[in-house]
Ligand binder design. Structure first.
Ligand SMILES: Cc1cc2nc3c(=O)[nH]c(=O)nc-3n(C[C@H](O)[C@H](O)[C@H](O)COP(=O)(O)OP(=O)(O)OC[C@H]3O[C@@H](n4cnc5c(N)ncnc54)[C@H](O)[C@@H]3O)c2cc1C
Length: 483
């Protein structure tokens, strides 16, 4: 795995077990959900539908409810619900996109349950783009054989999270904001029985015990792996995998990191922010400094991103910005030429605004792009019921590995948090109904420290880091120097 991830997995805990008083339990619930993005909120709702009282479900959220990668998602969500499509075709795309390294059982669940979850979103009031006859608008994403991407303009995540958040608030599910899980708790039978929480505003620690603990902490974009800029929100610091690994849970595919092919490379203020794949889905072409198209615009993301990096750094046919950032053109005016004037304004209003703020009109001028760190392909190993390899511990969403193998296709991540958020909610509820838990301890942390010592790892680094560090020497250099 990348050094940045290994450094955190081999870091020391934030708190010393001997300094923590676990005898006073502040929250005792049936289900503790760590992370309030799409996966966390979906899990809470389906646990509630499965019969767990709202007051017995606690969502612990590092930032405000919904502040997450989920709310930032733009392009759309895949689901095979059109008459010319089928979950089988979707499955082949998911497996092919992942180079057949995926867990086939998880991929199967993803595609089979997809249409049901889109229907659920609509029942919640999520407004997807529709044709005038009421059918869903669907378009292509990279690596897809059918047009199955459902969207709400280019702020799909904002619209879905609006629906989820409303439902969570209406159901009165308990929420602790600006509070992070800094360690899991285990009992003497090595079951996970809750988490140690840290209120980032008051700096108080809380003990939360639970019959089922669900990790939905999302990914690791803010680790800026290999010095890349990122599309991710500030809370994406790999906390979930750090906590789970320390408790003994198994991880997979962490060698694989998704660089989205098209991050903004200019202007400086938005370097790394996402230029959604929908821009290419609607017809924009990547071209080099000579105006030559050097790659098919809708390859799977890893293939497209590598082609852009090679064009810039091996073939030297990229553009260079005044600060030394390289990039290729994304010929966005092609969209209005191919699909009719006004298409960009109608279908990509957020993108148009992102560039208009800097006096760049993407309907008339191409925009400069370069790959940006986007998604954690691997993560905590789960089974079909979203259970981890440790009893009492469940996980869903970007923090898990297996569904996408070593490369995720566009639109399958919203789908993943929806499908597995539902599954984890239902199964965490089932588990909570019969589970008995022992006294909470930090025994696994003590064991982990011993293992670090035995392995000769000398470090004063601490994890989880909770928020990225942008001060002093660690300020990222704008231009990538790794090449
Ligand atoms: C800009 C952008 C655009 C995207 N566009 C698309 C798209 O069009 N289609 C698609 O399918 N996917 C897209 N994705 C990917 C997709 O949005 C995410 O993979 C997905 O939303 C992850 O959902 P999640 O609930 O697992 O994690 P998140 O939505 O990231 O939620 C995790 C939450 O857990 C919180 N948290 C983290 N650590 C802790 C802790 N220790 N204690 C408490 N809380 C914690 C975080 O702050 C966060 O709120 C996009 C991602 C980005 C960044």
């Amino acid at each position: 795995m990348p050094r940045e991830v290994a450094d955190l997995l081999e870091a020391r805990p934030l708190v010393k077990p001997k300094d923590v008083d676990l005898s006073k339990v502040d929250f005792d619930v049936d289900i503790l959900i760590i992370g309030g993005g799409g996966a966390g909120m979906t899990a809470a709702l389906w646990a509630n539908y499965a019969g767990v009282n709202a007051g017995n479900i606690l969502i612990v959220q590092k930032l405000r409810l919904g502040d997450s990668n989920s709310i930032m998602s733009q392009g759309g969500v895949q689901a095979a619900d059109k008459s010319n499509d089928s979950p089988v075709l979707h499955y082949l795309d998911v497996m092919g996109g992942g180079h057949f390294t995926n867990n086939p059982k998880l991929a199967r669940k993803l595609v089979m349950d997809g249409p049901m979850l889109i229907k659920w979103h609509e029942d919640l009031g999520v407004i997807y783009d529709k044709e005038s006859d009421g059918t869903m608008v669907t378009i292509h994403g990279g690596g897809t054989c059918r047009k199955r991407m459902h969207s709400a303009r280019d702020y799909t995540g904002l619209e879905i999270v609006r629906g989820l958040k409303d439902e969570v608030l209406n159901k009165n599910i308990s929420i602790l904001e600006f509070t992070s899980a800094v360690e899991l708790l285990t009992d003497t039978n090595k079951r996970v029985v809750g988490a140690l929480l840290y209120n980032m505003e008051t700096q108080e620690y809380y003990v939360a015990t639970a019959k089922s603990t669900v990790v939905t902490t999302g990914g690791f974009g803010r680790l800026h792996i290999q010095g890349f800029p990122t599309t991710n929100h500030y809370g994406a610091t790999a906390d979930g995998i750090v906590l789970a690994y320390r408790s003994g849970a198994k991880l997979r595919d962490l060698d694989s990191v998704q660089y989205h092919p098209t991050g903004a490379a200019y202007p400086e203020q938005i370097v790394g922010l996402l230029v959604t794949e929908k821009v290419r889905g609607l017809g924009a072409q990547p071209v080099n400094k000579n105006g030559d198209q050097f790659v098919y615009p809708r390859e799977p993301r890893d293939v497209e991103a590598s082609a852009i990096i090679r064009e810039c750094y091996e073939r030297n046919k990229g553009m260079e910005t005044p600060t030394g950032m390289k990039g290729v053109w994304l010929d966005s005016p092609m969209i209005d030429i191919l699909q009719g004037k006004g298409t960009i304004a109608k279908k990509l209003p957020a993108m148009l605004r992102q560039y208009k703020r800097f006096d760049i009109d993407m309907t008339k001028d191409p925009i400069l792009v370069f790959p940006t760190l986007h998604f954690q392909n691997g993560g905590i190993i789960i089974g079909e019921n979203a259970e981890t390899t440790i009893r009492g511990l469940f996980a869903a969403g970007e923090v898990t590995g297996g569904t996408h193998g070593k490369n995720r296709l566009m639109g399958n991540s919203i789908l993943e948090y929806s499908v597995f958020g539902r599954i984890v909610g239902i199964n965490a509820a089932k588990h909570a109904k019969k589970a008995k838990i022992g006294k909470p301890t930090l025994g696994h942390v003590t064991r982990y420290e011993k293992m670090l010592k035995e392995a000769g790892i000398k470090t004063d680094r601490k994890a989880p880091i909770l928020l990225p560090e942008y001060r002093g020497e660690k300020v990222l250099s704008r231009a990538l120097d790794i090449f």
